[in-house]
Write a protein that binds this ligand. Sequence first.
Ligand code: PDD
Length: 283
Amino acid sequence: MSREAFVNGEYTAYKKSYIHIEDRGYQFADGVYEVFAILDSKIVDYEGHIERLYRSLNELRITSPIQKKSYKFHIKEIIRRNIIKDGLVYLQVTRGVANRDFKFPKNTKSSIVIIGRGIPSNYYNDNFNKGINIKTTKDLRWKRVDIKSLNLLPPVLAKQYAIDNDCEEAWLLDEDGYITEGSSSNAWIVKNKKVITRPVSNSILNGITRSSLIKSLMKVGYQFSERRFNLKDIKNADEAFITSATQFVMPVITVNNTKIGNGDVGKFARLFKEIYFNSISLS
Ligand code: PDD
């Protein structure tokens, strides 16, 4: 099987898929993206991701290059053409190609790329059973991280800092010493059976997995609090975990080398994983 991508209206061989050198995504990170989890060849939480994509496009005043109803067709087509069972689809829209100039170009069509890849079906569960380690670092991102933009250099550096310290994810600290979120995930702790995550604002991405989990927790009547937490709260926490489209619910076993709880994957992470997957929307 040879991989295929959707690039500006055409399906092309992955190895021969190109974007112009003056694409504004390349020069200015002037674009937005979404990552969709694929389970059993179906899209997880499609509606949530597509609504957030449109919100990001509107915030940056980028016109969608295709009709809203066409996104699902093309994502499904990428799943089909690449024979993806479990995996992910990456979708990116930029302001398009124009002579390099900071101001918005006139009459430029926005660019779109959709690519997908399979992930071994046991990959998530294997990682879940190991849990992940977190390193904290300063949140150096811009002040509109609620927009899922291509402006990702600070999270790239934060993630690499975590990796260089034998951790899998970085948690970002705001100027008051509170965690905003992970470099590419939302951050959560559990204390006295109460699950805590930072409220939505311009300083975090409103994660679709986060919203889904909150909805599922509320459905089963689980105690839940949206508030900020800091390093002291983490030290005292019974459990911690992250959520994202690629990690679903993923337990955290250490933060800055300090064990969370007894340093094992906790019972709440197992419970929340189950609650999440029980009410997931697939299309
Ligand atoms: N990242 N916060 C940040 C900064 C993120 O980059 C992501 C997702 C999340 C979780 O959002 P969601 O649950 O909608 O995936 C939170 C994706 C997976 C990425 O950039 O690869």
